[in-house]
Design a protein around this ligand. Sequence first.
Ligand code: MN3
Length: 241
Amino acid sequence: MSPSPIAVASLLVAASVLAGAASMQSQNAAGPYTLPPLPYANNALDPAIDPATMEIHHDRHHAGYVANLNKAVAGLEVPSEVEVLIAGLDELPESVRGAVRNNGGGHANHSLFWTILAPPGTGGSASPELAAAIKETFGGMDGLKAALSKAGATRFGSGWAWLVVDRDGNLAVTSTPNQDSPLMGEKYVDLAGTPIIGIDVWEHAYYLKYQNRRGDYLAAIWSLMNWPEISRRYAAAKKAG
Ligand code: MN3
């Protein structure tokens, strides 16, 4: 006896639901974290940062952190936001903590980095609130630039220079080794807080164009600051604090 048309239709529906579930599962196997696209073209930051550096940095390095992070957390219940994940390293099994520190840090740090840069001449200016805080803490923009450049230049080896809103709501400049983030907290970094500027001083961020001249890279990147985005992050950190 051949099956009724209704039975065939429901079999087809069941098959397509199963196919859908299978494709969702394969997406989940690649997740839960995903590489955000660059918010501008690879050549948009030229000449301060050349297109080849941008392409390799985003498509290989940042993508690598995301892939390795997903491998590290496979099978675990984890927060959807990587910033929340790395702020709670101690809640993770010790066996994955090191991999999440490195690759979750790498994913969070680069996700911030792309957004706080803007094509030359389009970076606008700081909000009145942020400008006032910069003046109070650093004496003005030149003082902040000098503090960030010094933090980046004196970070031995690979790491990051940061402008953070600290636990008391004040601005501070600090640096971290490797992919450590101020979000990881006092146990992991010298100065904990919410980063609103992060400058990558790994050689992969500048070596093609600047070779050993990290200072020239730090001077050039200052011209790329995306002040509306940095101001938005400042307001959000103050509100959350
Ligand atoms: Mn990098």
